[in-house]
Design a protein. Structure first.
Length: 115
């Protein structure tokens, strides 16, 4: 994952997620935006970047499909995914492990979702 170009869009969790991806996992942040900012500008910047994975919500599914890149949903709304497992946080040590596992599954296609 080190050096992989990604883009992040989200609410108040956007900056902490981008920091974690960059500092802890070695991702290169190409485009970062908060939901309050212009969505069309974010999408255009992502299209013009080298983004290989997108972090956001179910609203970014269309963009991810268009670009044929994995989408990792980390903010609400998430309306195209079901989780029936026990508590799976993205915070703390357990959360870091779960988040990393989710990212790897999204990239490898083992998450059971078609792209």
């Amino acid at each position: 994952m080190y050096g992989t170009s990604v883009s992040v869009i989200g609410d108040f969790r956007c900056n902490p997620m981008a920091d974690f991806l960059e500092r802890e996992l070695g991702f290169e942040i190409e485009v970062k935006s908060c939901f309050e900012e212009d969505r069309s500008s974010f999408e255009e910047n992502v299209r013009n970047s080298n983004t290989m994975m997108l972090f956001g919500s179910s609203f970014e599914r269309g963009l991810a499909r268009e670009l044929q890149i994995p989408l990792m949903r980390f903010v609400y709304p998430v309306f195209d995914q079901v989780c029936m497992c026990d508590y799976a946080p993205y915070a703390g040590i357990r959360g870091a492990v779960y988040l990393t596992e989710s990212i790897i599954n999204s990239v490898t296609g083992f998450d059971g979702k078609s792209r």
